[in-house]
Design a binder for this molecule. Structure first.
Ligand code: TRP
Length: 512
């Protein structure tokens, strides 16, 4: 090795600690929101006749286990071999080459992800509070009849006051009997109320920056504790609770009338309808969900003992991540199908407008809503922790800073980067860069460019640059046949798949 390895970097207390921390990084908003949303969309549930998301789920499983797990092994392997942050690891393994730039892409990309991801993570804190104080159930008295009428007309595309009463009558006539009409109006009120709460919340710049700050402070508090004393310890506490909460939600939803339909929707594949776009989305989502390509797992891998098996750990991490994603989809669809609901609109905001509506339909749903948002907050925290650790490890290794200084400087700098993201929904809403708000721009750049490019280069490095001896030393446990298969994926399959995503994105074939 070119340089002595930095002393006192810390290490995991146990292999389970590593697996839980890495799974904690992987399980996040991507699982609890994006995955259910994508299955909903590709299952065709958006426009009336649902054809089922089985094909998408199947492709997703294929992407996770056939492509992403091998890439994950490659990423962890580079970290454990380099024993440093992403930049330092590449430099330690191949000094004097441009490869450390790949590490830098990871550090910078990770910081950018953290800046906007923490904004959304902060929203969960407000929503835990809203749910706990029963805000959502007060919709009936909070929305006036006049507001309902305006909303119905707007939805019907009626803009002038004269024809509005007609549109309202048409809406009411679609429902038989006074009871059905009452229900329809109540539903509208609830929907409107949830949307308004969210809109008002976004419009408040002080709250947006305040919650960003609060969540960043929480993240920093965990990372300040160090690898085993902070990150591992908190993941050991939060991850089991998270899984327990998800189990409670699943049991509740399993007793609802729509539960079996949700299972059919997710697991009955009809491959004849599969589109190329769907395949690319499945791959992109699998990458994001598993925290690949940004040096997060590389950094976590650098604290892994040489005795621990990377391949089985990667399988466990991917297994947990996938189970959580499927469970979240089951919980949401089980409730949605039971009460004939719809999830309208695309963005992450749905997590905050649709969920309260969905759970208010479930008997005993009040506490479930609290549970759900605490779950999302925990999942987000274990992810932000992994991202802050990347930047902190970089500052500690490369500048020789103490953990305390590195974490506080990284968290403060990334908080400042997050401020324009938090203001993208209010005072800076009109500031467009490349036709996007700062928040959307960061998301687009990270999810669609930095992440796939990072994953591609990590695969190329592990598959083509490392010597067979260097690679084999890190995955000695693999049977020769499995090792050969892994190498084929890392050398050919993963780069080809990622290139396909990039080309399709650049040609505008799939939208980001
Ligand atoms: N995987 C997380 C999620 O699903 C997000 C995330 C955390 C991430 N760390 C990352 C994504 C590193 C890419 C790289 O929400």
């Amino acid at each position: 090795m070119a340089e002595p390895r930095p002393e006192g970097r810390g290490s995991w207390g146990s292999r389970l600690g590593f697996i839980l921390a890495a799974a904690g990084s992987a399980v996040g908003l991507g699982n609890l929101w994006k995955f259910p949303y994508l299955t909903y969309r590709f299952g065709g549930a958006e426009g009336g006749e649902a054809r089922g998301a089985g094909a998408f789920v199947l492709i997703y499983l294929g992407a996770v286990f056939a492509v992403c797990v091998p890439v994950m092994v490659a990423e962890i392997l580079i970290g454990r071999r380099g024993r440093r942050n992403p930049v330092g690891s590449f430099r330690a393994i191949r000094p004097g080459t441009p490869w450390p730039w790949v590490g830098l892409l990871g550090v910078v990309g990770g910081a950018l992800i953290l800046s906007y991801y923490t904004v959304v993570a902060g929203w969960t804190l407000e929503y835990v509070g809203k749910a706990a104080t029963g805000t959502f159930s007060r919709y009936a008295e909070s929305v006036s009849d006049a507001e309902i009428r305006t909303a119905i007309c707007r939805e019907a595309g009626v803009t002038d006051d004269a024809t509005c009463p007609e549109a309202v009558r048409a809406f009411l006539d679609r429902h038989d009997g006074p009871e059905a009409r009452d229900t329809a109006l109540r539903e509208k009120k609830l929907e409107l109320y949830a949307a308004r709460l969210f809109r008002d919340f976004l419009a408040d710049p002080f709250k947006q920056v305040g919650f960003l700050f609060a969540f960043m402070a929480l993240t920093a508090a965990v990372v300040l504790g160090g690898v085993s004393g902070g990150i591992e310890r908190w993941n050991r506490i939060l991850m089991p609770i998270l899984i327990g909460m998800l189990a409670v939600l699943m049991v509740r939803v399993a007793t609802l009338p729509g539960a079996s339909r949700a299972v059919d929707f997710l697991f009955k594949p009809d491959l004849s309808l599969l589109s190329f776009e769907e395949v690319l989305w499945a791959l992109g989502q699998a990458f994001f969900s598993l925290s690949l390509g940004m040096g997060a797992l590389l950094t976590y891998g650098s604290y892994l003992s040489p005795r621990d098996r990377i391949s089985t750990a990667a399988l466990a991490i991917a297994g947990i991540d996938t189970l959580v994603a499927l469970s979240a989809a089951f919980v949401i669809f089980g409730a949605v199908f039971s009460y004939g609901l719809q999830m309208k609109g695309a963005g992450i905001g749905n997590l905050f407008t649709a969920i309260p509506v969905i759970f208010l339909h479930v008997p005993g749903g009040g506490p479930l809503t609290v549970l759900f948002y605490v779950l999302v907050a925990f999942a987000a925290l274990t992810s932000t922790v992994s991202l802050l650790e990347v930047a902190s490890a970089y500052l500690m290794d490369e500048r020789g800073w103490a953990r305390r200084k590195a974490v506080l400087v990284a968290a403060s700098a990334i908080f400042l980067l997050g401020v324009p993201c938090a203001l993208s929904f209010n005072v800076l809403a009109d500031l467009q860069v490349f036709g996007r708000t700062v928040f959307d721009l960061f998301d687009y750049f990270c999810s669609n460019l930095a992440l796939p490019v990072g994953g591609l280069l990590i695969s190329v490095f592990a598959g083509w640059v490392l010597t067979d001896g260097e690679r084999r030393a890190e995955v000695q446990e693999l049977h020769p046949v499995l090792y050969a298969a892994w190498l084929v994926v890392v050398r050919f399959v993963a780069p080809a798949a990622i290139l396909a995503i990039l080309v399709a994105l650049l040609l505008g074939k799939v939208s980001g």
